[in-house]
Design a protein around this ligand. Structure first.
Ligand code: FES
Length: 174
């Protein structure tokens, strides 16, 4: 059986010219190519929605860094997705201030509305629901983040409204 270290994917065959150019740019402004690892993961995710194993091997080939090290970086940043996710990824804060402000009710409403649990994606591929540590808006709890947007002072009703609005919108990863 192949192990993680013996698999190689030629980045030139796997990554697009745009992805390679964007990653090379990041590498050129870093002290080492390895330091561009996180930015390379973000580039691929921006183009593909998530970072598959094959993407990881291709980035490892391009940056000449061990795939295990890259995997470590990807695991450390919870905004790098290593599994296919929906068009919109909901990060609902599950830390203490949000709990005190009844984030549980918001969670229940989201789960019921989307018919999914934490870690799952809706059957239409629109939404993935994830829990998140403190999102830095404790005075505006409960909080969720979708893409770059933070939604604060949530109620079960406002959370569902936000999801309905997004579901009606066209979306692109680019
Ligand atoms: S505890 Fe939820 S934003 Fe800080």
């Amino acid at each position: 059986m192949e192990t993680i270290d013996t698999i190689t994917i030629d980045y030139q065959h796997y990554l697009t010219a745009n992805e390679i150019a964007a990653i090379e740019h990041e590498a050129s402004i870093m002290e080492t190519r390895e330091a561009a690892g996180i930015e390379a993961l973000k580039v691929v995710q921006a183009h593909r929605g998530w970072v598959s194993d094959d993407s990881l091997y291709a980035i490892s080939d391009l940056l000449a860094m061990p795939v295990a090290q890259l995997e470590g970086v990807a695991t450390f940043y919870n905004l790098i997705y290593r599994q296919a996710v929906g068009e919109y990824v909901i990060h609902l804060c599950d830390s203490i201030a949000c709990h005190l402000m009844a984030t549980e009710d918001v969670l229940t409403a989201i789960k019921q509305h989307l018919q999914i649990d934490y870690g799952q994606t809706t059957t239409d591929g629109k939404f993935t629901l994830l829990s998140n540590a403190c999102l830095g808006g404790c005075d505006k709890a409960p909080v969720m983040m979708i893409g770059a947007e933070h939604y604060e002072h949530l109620t079960p009703e406002s959370a569902v409204e936000i999801l309905q609005r997004l579901a009606a919108k066209e979306h692109s990863h680019e």
